[in-house]
Design a protein around this ligand. Structure first.
Ligand code: ZN
Length: 378
């Protein structure tokens, strides 16, 4: 219908993807700082991108950002979340010589830390550059060279001479420490590298769907949630899902990319292979009816996808599906290389495919669809 499509012109425009605009958006959202429990800055960024397209935005006591696209009254409620928090550190102590000891927030492998740049953000929001000291190999024994240096032995060097100088910078115990990185479009023009794609890419997809649905009449209400404290135990998902009371829910997160020599356990998910349908991880067996629904939608749109299995690790879905009397939930993932390290990689086309798929899937949810999904029981 031409008149309808003319009337919805801005809606269709929003569903087009301009590479430079998307890169600017992903740069903003990945470089925002926000270790678990310190999500203030990234929440501000999340709200900035939700505000023009949301009917209402709420925060809860744990800092979750809950943005609504309202459907018909009594329509079903669909929640999709990406967690805003990232792995990082708190300042644990400041030594007399000005070196800073770190308390890890979320899972870190100390092997990837020496020589990395980090910033400490103090209470006033000021940032201070430091490097995790890497010992010169001179005088290191052959035996020592084989070992990963435990985190307790590492320190952040701010290039100051004593504790007083650190105090003068108003750096205090408990301040957040995050990787200092730049955003890069890599050499194939499709691979993106930045910090915290776990899980800013999930937050970005949830936000992009909110943007796409602006002005679109849906029977369902879509709730786009930026959750907090996922990396320390799926905590923000717990309170937000309780509040939102969804009929169905998607947690969008990253999953292992099986295309490097160190990750070769036979999985199909890899950069550029499409959207990863996570059938199970350590926290959830994704709802079979919901998985079917999403696969059917992907087939209809000719969007590539993989079956994804995660032996270890879980996502917000692990807590959402156990909310109240139970919520039909699944994890939708993007393959990601090197997450939980300062530089991670995803594929731009996977991101766009996920945005298109989730927009279409959520747009079409109505009572009939929910009932059909429910029929496919565990
Ligand atoms: Zn994650």
């Amino acid at each position: 219908d031409r008149s309808v499509s003319r009337g919805l012109g801005d809606v269709y425009k929003r569903q087009e993807y301009n590479f430079d605009e998307e890169i600017a958006f992903l740069t903003d959202i990945t470089l925002a700082k926000g270790v678990s429990g310190r999500e203030k800055e990234v929440a501000k960024t999340f709200i900035k991108y939700a505000e023009p397209y949301a009917d209402e935005i709420k925060r809860d006591a744990l800092g979750n950002v809950i943005a609504y696209h309202y459907g018909k009254p009594n329509g079903p409620v669909v929640m999709m979340c990406g967690h805003m928090d990232e792995v990082g550190f708190f300042v644990k102590s400041i030594e007399d010589n000005g070196l800073i000891r770190l308390h890890p927030i979320g899972g870190w492998w100390p092997l990837c830390l020496p020589s990395d740049l980090f910033v400490v953000t103090n209470k006033e929001g000021k940032e201070f550059l430091g490097v995790i000291g890497a010992r010169a190999p001179h005088g290191v024994t052959q035996e020592q060279r084989k070992n990963v240096i435990p985190l307790e032995n590492l320190y952040l060097d701010l290039g100051v001479k004593d504790k007083k100088m650190v105090d003068d910078l108003k750096i205090k115990v408990g301040d957040m420490v995050t990787p200092k990185v730049d955003f890069h479009v890599m050499n194939d023009g499709r691979t993106l590298m930045s910090k915290a794609f776990d899980d800013r890419i999930g937050a970005a997809i949830a936000l992009r769907v909110l943007k796409n649905l602006k002005g679109v009449e849906t029977e369902c209400t879509y709730v786009c949630v930026g959750t907090t404290q996922e990396e320390v135990g799926l905590r923000g998902a717990k309170t937000s899902a309780y509040d939102v009371e969804p009929d169905i829910s998607f947690a969008t997160d990253v999953s292992l990319s099986h295309d490097t020599p160190d990750v070769l356990d036979g999985g199909d998910s890899k950069l550029g292979a499409g959207v990863a349908m996570t059938l199970c991880d350590a926290g959830i067996l994704s709802h079979p009816g919901l998985v079917n629904y999403l696969k059917e939608t992907a087939q209809r749109l000719e969007i590539p996808y993989t079956n994804d299995f995660m032996a270890a690790g879980s996502t917000d879905a692990g807590t959402i599906h156990k909310t109240r009397e139970g919520v039909m939930t699944m994890t939708v993932s993007l393959a990601c290389r090197y997450y939980h390290s300062p530089y991670s990689m995803i594929n731009y086309d996977d991101y766009i495919n996920a945005c298109k798929l989730m927009t279409e899937a959520i747009k079409n949810v109505n009572r009939k669809v929910v009932n059909k999904i429910r029929e496919a029981k565990y």
